[in-house]
Design a protein around this ligand. Structure first.
Ligand code: PLP
Length: 393
């Protein structure tokens, strides 16, 4: 048999360039973060060791802590690195309810990421749900009314859990106002800011929150690294014990490469870059055919997120047809089974199950190309026309 060169054996397959529009699930790693991680991986890195390699590792961890603290205006010592948003939510809610002042009740918004109600349920404390309006904002009037009759003496301190920006709709929540109401009524506030980080300004020093949960991978940092930000002096019981890392607030050898990547993200990402994505998001929304509803469109939103419902075009059909067309989008929050589940967020906004079963989330990010709106609309409207108008014809 005649010998074949490699180039003959493996004919280059020309695949069309895919368009990734699912940054709220996870964002591709930024080159600056990858470089910082590779550099950190080039030597043994245990930040608790006293030798030269250990001291270099500690320097990376402390450098990242300072960069992140500067980005969100908090003291570096307020930052407790952990494995991501889910752990930060659990550490904040469970650590505080177990080790802080004797919290007796939780107020949890109806639109939280599932990590928050899951942690709240584990606390074993009574939970009151804060309803949401049709716009996807929590019902602040309901909260004000409820807290105006809250009997601090009889009912004890409480913890309010409210996200900064919703992962499905992108709607920004009135955290400052809610935290002020909570404080006035003798409560504390825990904020899940996982989707908001670097997409909108976060100033922990003036937000009024006692704790803030962060994750790096939604903005182009590494997966598997996050942080809980705590007000200085706030007591909490760490979830993990053993080593004395993070000032005894989170035991376990530091994930130095991921922390270095998180630090690089804090230096590389800018809110103004994300703000520019609103032009692409708005172009997508403006190009949608009549009858398509955009959820939370009149509320303040993250610049990168749109959540739409196209009656007659089921979410799973949208996902499949877009995937075949080379577009990665989502039906809402990605769940571990990969199946499309009913959205608790849309349900809380009063959207019917039938309507919610036709929802789609498009989320943009740091590497979204400028022609993303045209490409999305070309693929999506073609399939929408084929399925919805084809059925009507
Ligand atoms: N909180 C919100 C609002 C999220 O969107 C997510 C992830 O989708 C999480 C928490 C969980 O974060 P992680 O994936 O880092 O555990």
């Amino acid at each position: 048999m005649p010998e074949r060169s490699n180039s003959e054996a493996i004919a280059p397959v020309k695949t069309p360039e895919r368009l990734y529009l699912d940054h709220n699930a996870t964002s591709p790693l930024r080159p600056a973060c990858r470089d910082a991680m590779l550099d950190a991986m080039s030597a043994p890195r245990n930040a608790s060791s006293v030798h030269a390699e250990g001291r270099a590792a500690k320097q990376l961890v402390e450098g990242a802590r300072k960069s992140l603290a500067a980005a969100i205006s908090c003291p570096p010592t307020s930052i407790v690195f952990c494995s991501g948003g889910t752990e930060a939510d659990h550490t904040g809610i469970l650590g505080f309810t177990r080790g802080g002042p004797k919290v007796r009740k939780l107020f949890v918004s109806a639109i939280e990421h599932p990590a928050v109600p899951a942690a709240a349920a584990k606390s074993g404390l009574p939970i009151e749900t804060i309803p949401a309006t049709a716009d996807g904002i929590i019902d602040l009037a309901w909260l004000e009314e409820r807290l105006s009759t809250y009997d601090q003496e009889a009912e004890g301190p409480f913890l309010l859990c409210l996200m900064l920006a919703n992962n499905e709709t992108g709607v920004i929540q009135p955290v400052r106002e809610a935290a002020a109401l909570a404080r006035k009524a003798g409560g504390f506030t825990m904020v899940d800011a996982v989707q908001a980080l670097f997409k909108v300004d976060i100033d922990f020093s003036t937000l009024g929150a006692d704790m803030l949960a962060l994750s790096a991978h939604k903005a182009g940092g590494p997966v598997g690294i996050g942080a809980l930000v705590v007000t200085p002096g706030l007591g909490f019981d760490p979830l993990l014990g053993g080593g004395g890392q993070e000032e005894n607030r989170r035991a376990g050898t530091h994930n130095v490469p991921a922390i270095a990547g998180f630090g690089a993200l804090a230096r590389d990402a800018s809110v103004s870059d994300y703000q520019q994505l609103a032009t692409i998001r708005d172009a997508i929304e403006a190009g949608l055919p009549e009858g398509v509803e955009v959820h939370g469109q009149s509320a303040p939103r993250l610049p990168n997120t749109t959540c739409l419902t196209a009656p007659g075009f089921a979410s799973d059909a949208q996902l499949m047809t877009m995937d075949l067309a080379g577009l990665s989008v989502s039906a809402g929050s990605a769940c571990s089974s990969g199946k499309v589940k009913r959205s608790g967020v849309l349900h809380a906004m009063g959207v019917s199950d039938e309507h919610a079963s036709c929802a789609l989330r498009v989320s943009l990010g740091w590497d979204t190309p400028t022609d993303a709106a045209e490409r999305f609309l070309a693929a999506w409207t073609a399939e929408h026309g084929r399925i919805v108008r084809g059925r009507a014809a």
